[in-house]
Design a binder for this molecule. Sequence first.
Ligand code: C2E
Ligand code: CA
Ligand code: CA
Length: 597
Amino acid sequence: MLYLQNSQLGITKPFEVVYETISRDSKNYYILDLRDVTEEIKREKEKIKVSLLYTLISDLMKIILEETNKQEIFKKVVERFTAEGRYKYACIHLRDSRKNIVRSGEPGIYSICLNISSKEPYVFIISKDEEFYPAEVQIISNFLEEFAKVMDTFTFYERLKRISLYDPLTGLPVRNFFVGVLEDLINDARKKKEKVVVVAMDIDNFTTINSLYGYSIGDRVLKEVADRLKQVVRLDDFLARVGSDTFVVAFKTKKVSPAVNSLISRILAKFVNPIILNSHDIPITFSIGVAVFPDNEESSERLLADATQAMFEAKKLGGNTVVFYTKKSKEVEESFILRKELIKALENKEFILYFQPKISLKDKKIVGAEALIRWKKGDTLVPPYKFIPILEESGLINEVGLWVIEEACNRIRDWRKKGIDIEIAVNLSPVQLRSSKFISYIIQKLEEHPQEVRNFGVEITETAIMENISIVSVFLKSLTELGIKIYIDDFGTGYSSIAYLKNLPVYAIKIDVDFVKDIHEDQKDYEIVKTIINLAKSLNLKTVAEGVEREEHERILTKLGCNYAQGYYYSPPVPAEKFEEIYKKFTKKFSSEINKM
Ligand code: C2E
Ligand code: CA
Ligand code: CA
């Protein structure tokens, strides 16, 4: 290529040069063919620009869908457009005012201004030192149209539906997605008189892998297990990750036993060799549970629950084994009766909330309370471990959960009037977080109490979060926007990925009773608690110790820098009136101690 300059016009243009020699009549002729390629070069440049722009926009769409704060979204959009010198300047502001302006960079020579046709009208200005290509403007306009739609679908439920159904760590479908597909498989099998097999596989001793090698190796193990399982399953099998270290396969078949046997031998063959990471040999075995439609349950949720229960049986047998689900008829009958009683209990308002104080270790003040449900069945008070699993199994937990929230908000209001201005935290069960419908009910319920939510907290176990990370992370962001504090319950008992935790808007970690109760005599527990507290500090999170039963516990925890404590040493969970008395006593004790100083 050659650049030629026209000195009269003062312009330089690119030319393609073809040079040929022709001999005729023993003379040599030279032919110089010049072709102006200005347009071609421009089109080439445009193509590159456009493909880069597509990459930028697909990244932006992901960011926009995951972020719920409007101002943050604007900030990220302008920053991305100006990053790496793509554009010199980008800016978003309301159409008729320059208030709330968000911008990045300094204006260049050429600018375009485009409307964002969301309900609240904004404009988007972008600028650089060269002319805009028509295709470029078109792509940016298309993006702004999508962008406007996202801005207008700000309701929580709509956002959830847009969120990915895949687990970011392993790339496998998540539980919700699996349950939906399983439902389809069951319906199809019903018509064709086929069977549906659900095989749940839990990695044996995964908690040990995590504590021996650390969470980041734990993550890599999960990823490698997922990759190997992907090679094991056949095209029509549906593989998903339904829990922290639980994977599940579902498929249709006419002959159950041969199909299951074949799957299991393929799994065994794939895991003959250990996983090798950082020169550690990590052997992998599974506890496997199998449930079959229509021999076991009919609904997808229940069928998965059966497979999971069989898997737990396999765990109890020491792991590395397979158990087929069989109904234990007596147990089933009992839980059926209990289920009926629980439906009545809800109608008859037989549930009550007990409250257990959370104490600040710095100044020994009551700063909050955990709401714990009780069932007043005649004269007896039934503890939650006896009925919560049945509420969860039957789906009743959602209704009861909404009642708990309502009751806690009423309590916040009532106590505030009485001068008890503290936070109340409720427990949310993993089942409540499995369905986006139930999650949106929770948000709706909380939005009915705008005055109370600033004193509201939720406790969620790490396993419940990990089970459905993409939906739950949006949920947690929405809670934070409402001013609600988030506690990770039973920390250390399940599997959690610190990498995820770091990115979630968590306020505090609750250290499980099991680690705290022997902290004064068990060196290992002491070390674990110390590690959790330090880890929390490094992530800028507060810590709450559960199960504080002795003065020694308090002393050790204070020394380790734990922020809050909860346990029988201060008070067991008590009814609201009793809590008020305890609160008064604490405030008195506190002020008399201050007076003594
Ligand atoms: P959790 O969230 O881990 O609650 C703490 C449990 O530890 C409570 O048992 C509490 O009574 C007990 N505890 C408190 N202090 C001490 C202590 O010093 N030592 C010992 N050993 N234990 C102590 P509770 O009330 O029986 O609740 C058991 C579980 O039931 C809760 O565990 C929570 O997961 C669930 N739960 C309770 N209420 C609700 C609710 O409203 N909704 C849901 N979804 N789950 C609930
Ligand atoms: Ca709790
Ligand atoms: Ca707990």
